[in-house]
Design a protein around this ligand. Sequence first.
Ligand SMILES: Cc1ncc(COP(=O)(O)O)c(C=O)c1O
Length: 415
Amino acid sequence: MSAEIWRPFTQMQGFKERGRVVEARGAWLSFEGGHRAVDGISSWWVNTHGHAHPKIAEAIAAQARRFDQVILADFSHGPVAELTQTLGDILPGDDRRIFYSDNGSTAVEVALKMALQAKKHLGEPERRGFVSFSGAYHGDTLGAMSVGARGIFNEPMWDLLFDCTELPYGDIEALRQYLQSDGQSVAAVIMEPLVQGAAGLVFSSPEYLRACSELCQEFGCFLILDEVMTGWGRTGTMFACEQAGVVPDLLAASKGVTGGTLPLGVTACSPQIYEAFLGDSPQRAFLHGHSYTGNPIACAAANAAMALYAQEGTLQRVAAMEYQYKAVGPLFEGLDGVENIRQIGGIFAFDLRSDVGGYLDPIGRRVCDRTFELGLYTRPLGNTCYLMPPFCIGEAELETCLDQLFESVRAELSA
Ligand SMILES: Cc1ncc(COP(=O)(O)O)c(C=O)c1O
C-alpha cells in the first residue's frame, strides 16, 4: 500500500521537490538538512505578517480550545461577528454584506452567482453574460475558470466552460465599445484591479479602473473586483480599488485575510444586491453554502491578522518596500535582457527578454533555481520574475533578496 502527493500545477513525471519545510518564521523558510530561504512569494501570495506570527498563532490556539466549526446557517459566533464588524470598517463602501467561503475560487464563484441571480431578481433576466479580460485568472473551479483567460491552465475544459466576453486588459475603449453594443446582456464585469497576478504581474492604472467602474454604472452592469491577490495591503492600500476611489458592487477576497494561516474566502456585496434576495419565497434566497462557511478558527486568525495592521504599522512598511524597489530599479535596468521593471506596494516584478515567452518559458525557472541556492525562494510566471515577500521582512533582508535576485539574473543572462 502506498500513496503519493499530487502537486498543484505540476507535471509529476520527473518531479523533484525543492525540500521539506521543517520551520517557517517571519519571512524565512527552513528546510530539512539546514538550508534556509526567504519566502520571496509569501507562499503563493497568502502570507502577510510573516510566518508563525505569535499573535495569530495564539488566536488560533485559543479559538481551537474554545470551539471549532459550527454551522453558520443557524448560529452565529464571536469570531465571525467581530470579523464582519472589522471588514465593515475597512472594506470600501458603506453597509457591505459579507458572505464567507473557504478560498479565492469560491469567493469568486459566490460573486458570479450573486451577480446572475441578483440581475434576475432585479427584473433584468436577460443579463446573463460576463465581461472579463485577457490574461485574467480568477481560480480553478469551473465558473472561475470560465471568466478566466483561455490558456494552458484550462484548455482541457474549454468545451465545458461557459462563454464569457474577453476584452484586452487596460483598454478602456474596448470595454466602452462592447458595452455600447452588447451592454444589455452583461450581468457583470469582473477584473483584477491594478495588477493581474497569474497573467505575469500585469499592471493597469487607477484611472483605467475608475473609467471601468463608470462604464459599468452607465451601462447597468455590476462591477466585480477580484482582490484575492491585491487585497490586504499587497498594492500599498488595504484594497487596490481604494487607489481609484472605486467601490465595486461585489468584491472577492481570500489569501491574506487570515495572515496566510488558514483558508477563508470573503465575498462582500452592496446592499442593493443583498436586498434583491429578500422576499417571502425561499427560492429567492441565495441557496449556496460551504461546509466551512465562517469557520471560527479561521475567523479568529483573521481578527488577529486585521488587528496587526494598526499594531505594527503594516501599510507604512509596505510603502517602505515600494521605496526600496524603486531605488533598485535603475540597477536592474542596466541588465541587458531585463524589461518592464515595475513595482507597486509589496510587489517588484520584471520580464526577461526571451523568444519563448508565456507561462512555460523556462528562463524564469532557471533564475529561481539560482536564487534558491543563494537563500531566496521565488517562483516565476514564465519569463516574469517577481518578489512579493511577507510584509514583516526587514529592510536589510529585503536588500539582500534584491541583491540575490540581481546576481541570479545577471548570472543567467550571461550563461
Ligand atoms: C486574482 C486571483 N483570484 C482567485 C484566485 C484563486 O484563489 P484560490 O487559489 O485560493 O482558489 C487567485 C489565486 O492565485 C488569484 O490570484
